[in-house]
Write a protein that binds this ligand. Sequence first.
Ligand SMILES: Cc1cc2nc3c(=O)[nH]c(=O)nc-3n(C[C@H](O)[C@H](O)[C@H](O)COP(=O)(O)O)c2cc1C
Length: 174
Amino acid sequence: MNVAEAIRTKRAIRRFAATPLPEAVLERILRAGRRAQSSKNTQPWQFILVRDAERLRALARLGPYADHLAGAPAAIILITPDPKQRWSILFDAGQAAAYMQLAAWEEGVGSCLATIYALDEARDLLGFPPDWVAHVGLSLGYPAEAAELSRAPRSGGRKSTDDLFHNEQWGQKA
Ligand SMILES: Cc1cc2nc3c(=O)[nH]c(=O)nc-3n(C[C@H](O)[C@H](O)[C@H](O)COP(=O)(O)O)c2cc1C
C-alpha cells in the first residue's frame, strides 16, 4: 500500500454492503490496532469485536451519531481505562483506531468512528469491568458503493495549509 495515498484518500464510510467480513480480514485489522504506538508503551486498550446484528443495533443507540453501527457487518469497540487518569489514554486509543482504519482501507473495507455517549449502557451491553470505559466504536464493512472508499476529498473538506501550518513561531508563514 502507498501510505501517502491511503492518508490522502481515506474517507469515513457510513453505509455498508451486507457482505460479511472474512475472519482473516478482521484479524488483520485488529492486529494493526495491536501494533499502534502508545505513551510509555502502556497499550491502554482492549478491542471488542462485535458482529451480532442485534448487539450492533443496540450499540447504534448509544450515541446521537452512532447509527452507522447498526448497518455495519462488524464493529470494533475500543475499551480503555478511564481517560481522566491520563490525558494520553484517548490519544493512544485514537492512534490504535487510525491504524485499524488504514489497515481496513488496504483491505477494501470502509470504516467510521462512532462516539459512545451512554457509557454505562455500553458496559452492560459488552460486559467489561467498571474500571474500563468505551468512548468510541469503529464500524467496519465493505462500502455500499465501492467508489466511496476513496472518493475525492470534498473541496474545503480539510482546513487549508495556510490555516494550519506555522514556521518556527505561531503566525509566521514560510
Ligand atoms: C474522535 C472521533 C469521533 C467521531 N465520532 C463520530 C460519530 O459519532 N459519528 C460519525 O458519524 N462520525 C464520527 N467520526 C468521524 C468523523 O466525522 C470523520 O472522521 C470526519 O468527518 C472526516 O471524514 P472524512 O475523512 O470522510 O472527510 C468521529 C471521528 C473521530 C476522530
